[in-house]
Write a protein that binds this ligand. Structure first.
Ligand SMILES: NC(=O)c1ccc[n+]([C@@H]2O[C@H](COP(=O)([O-])OP(=O)(O)OC[C@H]3O[C@@H](n4cnc5c(N)ncnc54)[C@H](OP(=O)(O)O)[C@@H]3O)[C@@H](O)[C@H]2O)c1
Length: 272
């Protein structure tokens, strides 16, 4: 029987690149908010020989995520979820970034894990921006509120970014915090869902030449100096990394973040 792989943010960028690296025996569902983009992605996947479907879903809306998970389960056994949907500082203000990147990850992990079983995997996409954020700014007590009191979680998380006058800096701080949350939450879920045999990992890309990456390149460009090869990553490189993490054969990789950033975070230690 064919198994199902769901890719949020699968209409473009590294999500779509990951879809193209998945085994052809799987049913691929690409999801995002823009149907036209998803339909184009599905056509590309069909041309490559995949059985693929488009389903719109705003991952910051729990009822959308529930409908997506139910749809995926109706097609077969959900084995892989690659949660690549996300927004960056140039795309949205602080609150929307927290809702999409942080709370969206809660909805995806919670709703899919209810419908997944032994030998399945969730890969959550974070960012190397999470590594730039000083540790003391990421309160684990505040993070825990995301599951119990969303409004208080948002209020506490957005307090600091609201104090920054520069809109890009304010969004940038919220983005870093939202992605730090993703790493923490993926690790938490790995230990929670582990007994059910669901593996959870996160992956933090550096600056990647997707639509989003190009938009952020001006601000994040300084990071390129500290990459090993002094270049942006290619979407297909990240697609391959995501598909590898989502591969059932990688069964012992759980509860960690994989920093796939061309060396930019570690390069800071060697290049002034
Ligand atoms: N590119 C980089 O340099 C970089 C660096 C670090 C981390 N990342 C992370 O990598 C992930 C993939 O980004 P990308 O570079 O591949 O950019 P991308 O091509 O812009 O892909 C992001 C996808 O997410 C979807 N999306 C955005 N908000 C959504 C929402 N609320 N609900 C459902 N789908 C939503 C978008 O489709 P719609 O707009 O149609 O919904 C889009 O297809 C993101 O999580 C991003 O934060 C990227």
């Amino acid at each position: 029987m064919k198994t199902v792989c769901v890719i949020t943010g699968g209409g473009s960028g590294m999500g779509l690149a990951a879809a193209k690296c998945m085994p052809k025996e799987k049913i691929i569902i690409v999801t995002g908010r823009t149907l036209s983009k998803l339909e184009k992605a599905v056509q590309e996947l069909k041309d490559l020989g995949y059985e693929a479907y488009a389903k719109t879903c705003d991952t910051s809306c729990r009822s959308d995520v529930i409908a997506l998970a139910e749809y995926a389960a109706s097609l077969g056994e959900i084995k892989n979820v690659i949660h690549s949907a996300g927004m960056s500082p140039a795309m949205a203000k602080a609150e929307q970034l927290m809702r999409v990147n942080a709370l969206g990850t809660v909805y995806v992990n919670q709703e899919f894990s209810k419908r997944m079983g032994r030998g399945s995997v969730i890969v959550d996409v974070s960012s190397n921006s999470a590594y730039m954020l000083p540790e003391f700014l990421a309160s684990k007590k505040t993070f825990a509120l995301a599951e119990t009191d969303e409004e208080l979680f948002l209020k506490k998380s957005l307090k600091l970014s609201a104090m920054l006058k520069d809109p890009y800096k304010s969004s940038g701080l919220a983005y870093g915090l939202s992605k730090k949350f993703v790493i923490w939450y993926a690790a938490k879920c790995a230990f929670e869902y582990g007994e059910k045999g669901i593996r959870v990992v996160s992956l933090s890309p550096g600056l990647i030449a997707t639509d989003m990456g190009k938009l952020e390149a001006e601000e994040g460009g300084s990071l390129l100096k500290t990459t090993a090869e002094k270049r942006m990553g290619k979407p297909e490189e990240l697609g391959y990394a995501l598909a590898t993490l989502a591969d059932e054969r990688n069964g012992y990789l759980a509860g960690v973040d994989i920093l796939c950033d061309g060396g930019s975070v570690n390069g800071k230690k060697f290049i002034g």
